[in-house]
Ligand binder design. Structure first.
Ligand code: TRP
Ligand code: ZN
Length: 906
């Protein structure tokens, strides 16, 4: 069934209070629900009250204490329709559910020995009958009763107002959340946990209790999470002027979890992978991920919880904004304590990572069958719309407003948003309106009317840049024109797409690599902000010397594709001198992409030719020289230098091909590294040996700072390149680093490099074996072990199948499934795209099997074949057959059905 955004109607009743009583039991939990019901003023007396419920049994229903039989239960639709109600009454429902058989991990479920809930977006209906939609907000009181031997700790949202021992030996406690909230923010947790706690004072002087609950024995691994939480709290106070509104803020760790984490009011539930860390077992990117996700969920307390979504089409209202906030948090943390020049390049590392992600995940999504605007027009299953578009492109849209308005006015807009909507469930338009209001207080002539189209139109616009010299001295006419043909479901809707409002930051540098001072209309400086709001516009720009090389879309000021033909020389110049750290990286990426794509094109039947055209060889050698300069330039931040050298992702490269050829791209990348890195061998070896001499990889005291992490990243890149080149010395260095590694970044980096070395001898296998034995009791590290093998170029379908037989593989645990199945299908081009199509058959089997237990995760795996139409004809046929074999299953979940249905149809 397709739900349309325009079909929204308000709920006819208010449900101002709900009291839930749970008799917790893994096999059969009894739920008593008491709801205050009040008809809204314009609701006709007797209008049915319709509640949602799924996979729960109804055991009784009373109105104002009397049993009531004016109701119908539609099990197929999951609706309970109650008729002839008085305008105001108390509704009581008895129901039950079975947490232990809940493998979907939505609603109340068992993970390890504990009980957890996940309600967003529509999981509450698997716990109790209720109006399970975000615009119905209630005051929640929750009573929990359970056996204290199994469930000594009982948690829910808000404050614990009562606890007692019951005559039957069970314990009972009552929680009350002082804030109105929709059902998707409800949570309960029951089990045995270690608890790390700390009280801190908020800026206004209130004392608040912070707690992190995790499995017994994991206390030592929650320190970084607690420190991250405190940083998040402080940052939201100082940058957004937002303070924690609760007396108590809890985080609980779950080993089985569908996504990263969940922002339930005052009781966040986290995937263990985003909480537990120590230097022995977690990589630098794990540390960064934990800080970011803890920040993200914490920031939701204002952007998501205090102001929530009217309906699920507005999901980006909270997600796009909160991702923008967590991105800024990470960037500020990276830059903290650095001098301004280094701070700028450190911040740019976060920007680069986010843009690389956007291009690898969101651009392809916007060009495929699941394409949708950040505020979708329709959906079949809302769980399928927790996408890169809603999250990451949503954040880009917020970022563009931030670029247009500037930090100060943007913050005024945030203030206005909370002033208008605190405690409400609102729309994306409401947010844009508040921002526009703030903008107009300073600039009455400005508005966001055209800008708002980012919310209603899908697709990645392409912006064409042309310049021509005028007869004036040092002046050019710059023309920008945009294009964004209909994508995905848009193509069936017969819509006329309108131009977007696109902010373009630009600058220019001369032959000597110096920045030019430019002038255009009222603007004057080294960076100009142009606003493209029509299909095509021109500007006269002064100060653009004959030898200028233009640097466009600095800081990636808009989520667009640039179409520009720049001479090679200009790109090489930007790669060496662009003062905008992002644009400099962009230049190296373009040069690298061009080289990989050219090499892929030249390779026939996978056999790389030895004779390369001279223009290509010259360009690669120039790039190699640039890289050599970068490797010597120690004034640059190490993390940033690593980014400058890194290859673009396969996904980004594939989407630039007329016909995707994953094998050719993987081989071309490898070939490019070999050509590019050969002249750099000595420099690369030096980077590793210096670090090893300094004992960086084996330090007893671990330095988690971004600065130290940058150095480790550069060393690992060097090892990776040396191994890819087949360097014997590189391999010896990798083995040495593996053996002495004092932290997971060094250990895993060495192992990854060894897996990329063409000679896969016993030394490599021994390293992999010892890794397993050493960490077999740590699930998160074993996930890394599975992921490493699943994505290794030597792993084919047969090997993937044998890994599934490994005793440590568990298909009920989403992290393990992601480590093995997702890594193999999405991150192992050689194994997955084997010429016989065996990878695609394997994929179909796994999607079908997973769909029976966990539709949300299955539907994500299903998306791996989204772009089957962009492959070569033979591959297309095999992929289509695999998709069809999934679609032919009669009992597919709505989640997976929507994904494969759209893939086959659009
Ligand atoms: N709202 C969560 C976040 O982005 C994510 C989320 C949505 C989620 N649905 C979920 C997490 C289901 C786990 C399971 O912060
Ligand atoms: Zn979120």
């Amino acid at each position: 069934m397709t739900i349309q955004r325009t079909d929204y109607t308000p709920y006819p009743y208010e449900l101002p209070a709900i009291h839930l009583e749970f008799d917790l039991d893994p096999k059969c939990t009894l739920v008593h629900t008491k709801i205050d019901v009040k008809a809204k003023a314009d609701t006709m007396t007797g209008e049915a009250l319709i509640l949602d419920g799924e996979a729960i049994d109804l055991r009784g229903l009373r109105i104002d204490g009397q049993s009531w039989d004016h109701y119908e239960l539609d099990k197929d639709l999951g609706k309970l329709i109650i008729r002839s109600l008085p305008r105001a009454c108390t509704l009581e429902i008895d129901s039950s559910c079975n947490p232990s058989s809940n493998d979907a991990l939505m609603g109340l479920y068992v993970s390890g020995k504990s009980l957890f809930t996940q309600c967003e977006p529509e999981g509450f209906r698997r716990i109790s009958w209720f109006a399970d939609r975000p615009d119905v907000m209630s005051r929640f009181q929750v009573t929990l009763r359970a056996d204290p031997d199994v469930y000594p700790i009982l948690l829910s949202n808000g404050n614990r107002i009562h606890a007692e021992q019951l005559p039957d030996g069970r314990q009972s406690c009552v929680w009350e959340d002082p804030f109105l909230k929709p059902s998707y923010l409800f949570a309960l947790v029951a089990g045995q946990f270690d608890c790390r706690e700390q009280t801190v004072r908020t800026r206004s002087g209130r004392e608040v209790l912070l707690q992190i609950y995790s499995d017994p024995g994991t206390f030592d691994r929650t320190l970084w999470a607690m420190e991250s939480l405190i940083r998040a709290l402080r940052w939201d106070e100082s940058r957004f002027d937002l303070e924690l509104d609760l007396d108590r803020f809890m985080i609980v760790v779950a080993a089985d979890f569908n996504m990263g984490a969940m922002e339930n009011k005052g009781l966040n539930v986290f995937n263990a992978a985003y909480v537990l860390a120590d230097p022995e077992t977690a990589t630098d990117s794990n540390f960064e991920g934990i800080e970011a996700v803890i920040g993200h969920e914490y920031f939701h307390n204002w952007t998501g919880n205090r102001v929530t979504c009217r309906d699920w089409f507005q999901l980006s209202l909270k997600e796009g904004l909160t991702v923008f906030r967590d991105q800024e948090f990470t960037a500020d943390m990276k830059a903290e304590g650095l001098d301004p020049a280094r701070a700028a390049s450190a911040r740019s590392v976060k920007r680069i990572d986010d843009v690389a992600m956007l291009r690898a995940a969101q651009f392809p999504e916007d060009a495929g069958p699941m394409a949708h605007p950040i505020r979708p027009q329709s959906y079949e299953e809302i769980s399928n719309f927790y996408t890169a578009t809603v999250y990451e492109k949503g954040a880009e849209v917020i970022r563009m407003m931030h670029t247009l308005l500037g930090e100060e006015i943007f913050q005024l807009g945030m203030k206005e948003y909370f002033r208008r909507h605190d405690g409400q469930a609102v729309t994306c338009d409401d947010f844009v309106d508040a921002m526009q209001h703030a903008w107009q207080t300073r600039h009455p002539e400005r508005d966001l009317t055209v800008f708002a189209r980012w919310y209603s139109q899908a697709g990645t616009p392409s912006v064409k840049v042309t310049t021509e010299r005028t007869s004036e001295h040092d002046q050019i006419r710059l023309t920008l024109s945009q294009q964004c043909p209909p994508v995905g479901v848009e193509r069936n809707a017969n819509i006329e797409k309108q131009p977007f409002h696109i902010p373009v930051l630009l600058g220019a540098i001369n032959q000597q690599g110096e920045s030019l001072t430019l002038q255009c209309d009222e603007q004057h400086g080294q960076t100009l902000l142009l606003e493209l709001t029509r299909q095509s516009q021109s500007w006269l720009i002064n100060g653009w010397t004959q030898d200028a090389a233009g640097s466009f879309l600095r800081d990636f000021s808009a989520p667009v594709r640039l179409e520009i033909s720049q001479p090679q020389e200009a790109l090489h110049r930007l790669a060496r001198h662009d003062p905008n750290a992002f644009a400099r990286w962009e230049a190296t990426q373009i040069l690298l992409s061009n080289a990989v794509l050219k090499l892929a094109e030249l390779a026939d039947d996978g056999q790389a030719r030895t004779d390369l055209p001279e223009s290509l060889t010259t360009s690669i050698h120039t790039l190699s020289d640039t890289f050599s300069l970068i490797l010597q330039d120690t004034t640059l931040d190490d993390a940033y230098r690593t980014r400058l050298l890194e290859m673009p992702s396969d996904k980004y490269l594939l989407h630039q091909m007329d016909q995707m050829d994953p094998l050719a791209v993987a081989q071309a990348k490898n070939r490019l590294v070999q050509i590019l890195a050969r002249p750099l061998e000595t420099a690369l070896v030096q980077i590793v040996t210096e670090a090893q001499a300094d004992g960086d990889d084996s330090k007893d005291v671990f330095d988690p700072s971004a600065l130290a992490a940058g150095r480790r990243a550069l060393v690992n890149l060097a090892l990776d390149w040396l191994c890819q080149m087949g360097s014997t010395q590189g391999k010896a260095l990798a083995l040495a680093q593996y053996d002495r590694a004092g932290n997971m970044t060094a250990r895993l980096g060495a192992l990854l490099a060894l897996f990329r070395h063409p000679e896969h001898d016993s030394a490599v296998l021994d390293a992999s074996e010892s890794f397993y034995t050493r960490f077999q009791d740590n699930a998160l590290v074993i996930d890394k072990w599975f992921a490493l093998q699943a994505s290794a170029p030597t792993t084919d379908v047969a090997k993937a199948r044998s890994l599934m037989q490994h005793p440590a593989f568990n298909r009920r645990n989403p992290n393990r499934v992601r480590a093995l199945l997702f890594q193999f299908c999405a991150n192992n081009p050689l194994g997955f795209h084997a010429a016989d199509g065996s990878g695609y058959q394997f994929w179909a089997e796994q999607v079908i099997d997973l769909d029976r237990s966990n539709p949300e995760v299955a539907a994500r795996l299903a998306r791996v074949l989204d772009h089957w139409r962009h492959h070569r004809p033979v591959t297309q046929d095999m992929m289509q057959a695999a998709l069809q074999s999934v679609a032919d299953q009669s009992d597919l979940s709505p989640n997976t059905r929507e994904v494969v249905g759209k893939a086959l149809a659009l």
